[in-house]
Write a protein that binds this ligand. Structure first.
Ligand code: GLC
Length: 432
């Protein structure tokens, strides 16, 4: 989705048109001073919670323990939510709507910043507390709403193509594919190998949830289309977008993507790849460390996502730390956010769990590039990734995308019909 600028929502008009009842519009730019930002003062010390999706890496409790040892009177309890983004969002919204103080620091998906900030479910943060100048620019942008900082970038995410380098080599293929048709041709060669018996060619995240929005947008962008244009207007009923969706729908139909992949989230695909069922898989960097300890260790590599006529583009993913407006002990929370999003913690998350850091320097450090040779590829993937729409009613936008993309993937609608219906649903939900 080519939404490269934050679309400043003209307050009342757009929100009313979008059918949203908000308590207020976000405050305008300018940086806070001291421990005050906007109207929030960060007071109170004591125990807090850190709320995030289930930790599949094992490293989050380790970093929290480090904090807890140093701050015995300000302990952090890790509250783990389900793995899928939509359920996390739902539970965080429920917590905010009941004004509960159960959640303190939220691990917010980059696509929720506008929604949470506009509803005043999270506090505006003092910018000088975080070393934003040392972070990748597009990552910092995901933490802002109407020019002000509402979250601390913690980890970024860019889509990568995982592939079985051992099998490609054996089949006489010299390197990873840059286009979808090369990928199919490579699979045809690999499938002839005896050890590839029963394998499928490609998978991504195609269940009806946020992961499908990501994969759909990547297919559209990688075919030269957009979901929303530079001004944030939906523009998805186009021949280019159709080529992108046709690739996915056609691949399910002809078996390039196995039928069961329409039930896959990130972890399902990872398990399939690790147990030797897939030649290619689109997934995030977190999988690199885990696959390195699996049956396919030493037999896979990563490359940029392929596209229609050349390398494709990734959706920009990641998570930022936000502070629930209804929380207590905000002075502790702010210190913990600084600690958890520091370059030191980002280094631990990278070394131990291959999470994409927000800090520019870590992508170029020789010892890290030796451990993770894909870091230069990942840096480019993040820098050129396309943000999903930055809109207050993101929930409506993503559910329309999920519904129409899923209908096309499962053959319930033609790509042309799905895109036509998506265009009108997006026009309605963005009030354009
Ligand atoms: C990853 C990304 C996040 C995205 C989600 C979709 O967690 O970091 O941005 O929304 O996957 O499943």
């Amino acid at each position: 989705m080519k939404t490269r600028t934050i679309r400043a929502l003209p307050c009342a008009a757009t929100l009313v048109a979008a059918g949203l009842l908000l308590t207020a519009c976000g405050s305008s730019g300018g940086s806070g001073s001291g421990e005050q930002a906007g109207s929030t003062s960060f007071e109170g010390r004591g125990p807090i919670t850190y709320v995030a999706g289930k930790d599949t890496t094992g490293v989050v409790p380790k970093v929290i323990d480090r904090w807890n040892k140093l701050h015995p009177k300000e302990k952090v309890t890790f509250v783990q939510l389900p793995t899928d983004a939509d359920s996390q969002r739902q539970q965080m919204i429920q917590n905010a709507e009941t004004k509960s103080d159960a959640y303190t620091v939220l691990s917010l998906d980059v696509v929720w910043t506008s929604e949470f900030a506009a509803h005043q479910w999270i506090d505006r943060l003092p910018e000088q507390r975080f070393p934003l100048g040392r972070m990748l620019k597009p990552v910092v942008e995901t933490a802002k709403y109407r020019g002000a900082l509402y979250a601390a970038p913690a980890s970024s995410d860019g889509g990568l193509l995982y592939y079985r380098s051992d099998l490609l080599k054996k089949a006489g293929v010299s390197g990873p594919p840059a286009t979808w048709s090369q990928m199919k041709a490579d699979c045809a060669k690999v499938e002839k190998l005896p050890e590839a018996k029963g394998m499928s060619c490609y998978a991504g995240q195609f269940q009806k949830y946020e992961g499908l929005t990501v994969n759909f947008a990547e297919a559209v962008d990688s075919a030269g289309g957009v979901v929303t244009d530079a001004d944030g207007r939906p523009d998805v009923d186009t021949p280019a977008a159709r080529k992108g969706l046709d690739f996915l729908a056609g691949a399910v139909k002809d078996g390039t993507i196995p039928k069961e992949a329409v039930t896959y989230q990130e972890e399902d695909g990872r398990r399939a790849f690790q147990s030797g069922k897939l030649v290619f898989l689109r997934n995030w960097p977190y999988m690199y460390a885990l696959a390195g300890k699996s049956k396919v260790a030493g037999r896979f590599a990563v490359a940029p996502l392929p596209g229609l006529n050349g390398p494709g583009s990734s959706s920009l993913g990641g998570h930022n730390l936000a502070l629930s407006s209804f929380a207590r002990n905000k002075a502790t929370a702010l210190d913990f956010m600084k600690f958890f999003s520091s370059e030191d913690s980002a280094g631990t998350f990278l070394k131990e769990a291959s999470l994409a850091p927000p800090y520019t320097r870590l992508y170029d450090e020789p010892s890290l590039v030796e451990q993770y040779p894909y870091l230069p590829v990942l840096k480019q993937s993040v820098l050129h990734a396309v943000p999903r729409p930055r809109v207050v009613n993101y929930g409506d936008v993503t559910s329309a995308v999920q519904q129409e993309a899923y209908a096309a993937l499962t053959g319930a609608k033609s790509s042309a019909q799905a895109l036509k219906d998506l265009q009108s649903a997006l026009q309605k939900s963005t009030g354009q």
